[in-house]
Ligand binder design. Structure first.
Ligand SMILES: Nc1nc2c(ncn2[C@@H]2O[C@H](COP(=O)(O)OP(=O)(O)OP(=O)(O)O)[C@@H](O)[C@H]2O)c(=O)[nH]1
Length: 499
């Protein structure tokens, strides 16, 4: 058999071969857009540059480190089940990319071929169909082609089903995608959610944050790819998702220009999302000396930075779930790790303002006076979203879009990273509005905040501006709880995979 594969580490990863990676297979006909998807999401390639991508001649494996270590296999268009060179049972997800204008036999036959093979080799596989290049069609044609592709695949599966094999029952998820807007990020995020075992615990953390900070929406984003790993229980609306994506894109673009006066290389490593996979001895490693989770009795924010955490509280490879050698941290292991994570943070409604002031000043004095180790550096930023004057009455969709794509009011930053007015812009702004729900608006003054949690992950949350401005210390205190929880979950995920 021809040598069909090669390996490459994506920009933000060190290919750590000892780590058990979650594998995703990218399939589709030639020129359907597979490499573009991989490059736009994980290599920060501008959508326009995808025009110049060379055809893929053999399987290329891209490693990418986020909450879990991923390995994405980008395949040539002519690959078959036999020439793939690996059993489908190795993969957690298959993403099949179809050009939305490609309604005809070849693409659908190939998709069906892989569905049948995966039914026999790995019935639990997540099968995702990206109906891609969606922005090329008008809204009506887009919906019609999407429907037809879905229908033809279902019909073909029904035709070939028998008593022994009911292929029509394979769970297929169809997504409309394009590299030119945020639909690709949203669709890939949903693919990712099915691969993250710790998702319920992350959601609990975000639910707790929202409830205690009066936040209507919070996302845990992978900083570099701008995929969201988890969100709270409230529904995701595209406008808010797109706004967060744009804001993160802007921070990624301009963040490296900002440095604190006492900047040093370890701090730079922490700011940059491309710091590599966590390892035992790296300063970014969750196992290395990091901000410690406060002991159960600790109530003062200064305890956050105390290095005196009992080591037994930190999950280790000797915990029952991890010692089993399974690739994913089990629920039991995560529950053990997360058992102390969800102690209730402070809520604005139950705290007096004097308390808030105390927490706020205490939190900042912890930063300034307790000489924390250099690696305790968590960039944060915020921007106020302009409320539309007509918000409470008649919404003009034009006005709403302008407010969403131009969060230009003054900003303030706890860590001095950004200040003054700015426009959140992204290369996608023009087309992203395709996705914006034009009836959506932020009726009251709302602040969008960004808090880095790990080298790869950040919390993006909407907050009422009154809460953010008046009770900043409290909000930051609640962010600390989320950060501690996410770091522990991250640690368990990686240790469970031998990282
Ligand atoms: N309009 C539009 N064009 C896209 C999109 N995604 C990719 N393309 C274009 O599609 C063409 C093929 O993209 P590739 O990523 O090379 O496709 P591929 O599936 O990897 O192709 P092979 O490597 O030959 O299998 C390029 O010209 C891209 O610019 C999209 O969302 N919209």
């Amino acid at each position: 058999m021809a040598n069909y594969s090669s390996t490459s580490a994506s920009s933000s990863s060190n290919l750590n071969n000892s780590v058990k990676r979650t594998k995703i297979l990218l399939l589709g006909l030639r020129r359907s857009g597979k490499t573009s998807i991989q490059q736009v999401l994980f290599n920060d390639l501008s959508p326009k540059q995808t025009f110049y991508l060379e055809p893929t001649m053999r399987v290329v494996k891209h490693a990418y480190d986020t909450l879990i270590p991923l390995e994405i296999w980008d395949c040539p268009g002519n690959i078959t089940v036999d020439t793939l060179g690996a059993p489908l049972s190795q993969f957690s997800s298959i993403i099949f990319v179809i050009d939305i204008r490609d309604l005809y036999n070849q693409a659908i036959s190939k998709l069906v071929e892989f569905i049948v093979a995966s039914y026999h080799q790995n019935p639990n596989i997540n099968f995702e169909v990206f109906v891609h290049k969606a922005e090329k069609l008008q809204e009506d044609d887009k919906i019609e082609n999407f429907r037809q592709i879905h229908e033809r695949v279902s019909d073909r599966l029904l035709d070939i089903s028998s008593e022994e094999a009911s292929y029509e029952q394979v769970q297929l998820n169809f997504h409309l995608t394009s590299v030119y807007d945020h639909s690709l990020h949203e669709a890939f995020s949903r693919v990712l959610h099915k691969l993250v075992d710790s998702l319920p615990y992350l959601e609990d953390l975000l639910n707790g944050f929202c409830a205690n900070s009066q936040s209507p929406k919070a996302f845990l984003f992978d900083i570099s790819s701008r995929l969201y790993i988890a969100t709270d229980a409230s529904p995701v609306d595209s406008a808010t998702h797109n706004l967060c994506c744009d804001y993160l894109g802007m921070i990624n673009a301009f963040g490296p220009l900002y440095r604190s006066k006492v900047d040093s290389s370890p701090r730079q490593q922490r700011v940059t999302p491309s710091s590599g996979a966590p390892s035992e001895h790296s300063p970014d490693s969750p196992s290395a000396s990091q901000p410690q989770t406060p002991p159960p009795t600790a109530v003062t924010p200064t305890a956050i930075h105390s290095p005196a955490e009992p080591s037994s509280r930190r999950p280790s490879a000797s915990s029952p779930a991890l010692a089993s050698g399974r690739p994913f941290a089990s629920r039991q292991g995560l529950m053990q790790a997360g058992s102390n994570l969800l102690r209730p943070p402070l809520t604005p409604s139950t705290s007096s303002s004097s308390n808030n002031t105390a927490v706020s000043s205490s939190a900042s004095s912890a930063r300034q006076t307790s000489s924390p180790p250099k690696d305790l550096f968590y960039p944060s930023a915020s921007t106020t979203l302009s409320p539309t004057p007509s918000a409470s009455t008649n919404h003009s969709s034009k006005h709403t879009k302008a407010a969403l794509s131009n969060p230009t009011s003054g900003t303030s930053t706890p860590n001095g990273h950004r200040s003054g007015n700015h426009a959140a812009s992204s290369p996608n702004n023009g087309t992203a509005s395709n996705n914006v729900n034009s009836s959506y608006t932020y009726p009251n003054a709302t602040t969008l905040t960004y808090h880095a949690l790990t080298p790869h992950l950040a919390l993006l949350a909407l907050l009422p501006s009154g809460v953010y401005e008046g009770r900043r210390g409290l909000v930051e205190w609640n962010v600390v709880w989320v950060r501690e929880g996410v770091r522990e979950i991250w640690e368990v995920e990686w240790e469970g995979r031998g990282g």
